[in-house]
Write a protein of this length. Sequence first.
Length: 234
Amino acid sequence: MDIKALRKKKKLTQEQLATQIGVTRSAISQFESGISKPSYETLVALSKALGADLLNPQNNNTEEYTESAIVPEKAHDLLPGARILQISKGVELRYVPALPWRARATFAETWGDDSANYEQPTTIPVINVPNTKEYENCFAIEIDGDSMQPQLQSGMWVLVVPISEADWEYMPAGIYAVLYGNHFTVKRIIDNTLRTKREIVLHSDNPTGGTMAVERVKIRAVWRVKKIIDAEVV
């Protein structure tokens, strides 16, 4: 069941729904985008607040919730919150969950609840590639800043895949979104020195963007930038 659609049907903001069930607005945003799943207790509270049986969706009157033309999930590798929409014969759009924070293409900015626009759409459409795992486990992230120009422009959306902590030391050269301390940035890794120096150097493609050495202990999460999403497809 689409929590976002149910919330909007009830004319509730994320903040109002969060207050009703005793969680944060950030938690509601993550439930709606598929970044995290509600616990059993939270599902019970959401069901009461939204007037729908989220524990047993088959018990709901599906005809009541037809605000979107998006069809239900039909691929096992879709993340929660992702949808597929057929727009013409043989052409489908896949809606990829989007992280609510922008990846800063600079070292000057920090991320946090105050910078996240939780009311923006939490999925991004891309042309689906049937019978492949092209978008398996992918998230969409918006680029903010100019330090990765000319390849990554501010305002672009990119697809990223999470890198497990056990694999950080073996990441090959490439562009990554890195959450460290209170920074969420997108940079290039040229030489992975996590094993030898317990730190990694993040490079800007724009010569004016500079570099930054980040200690291993400060890294909280890493995503590999897989491809740029072409905005013209929407």
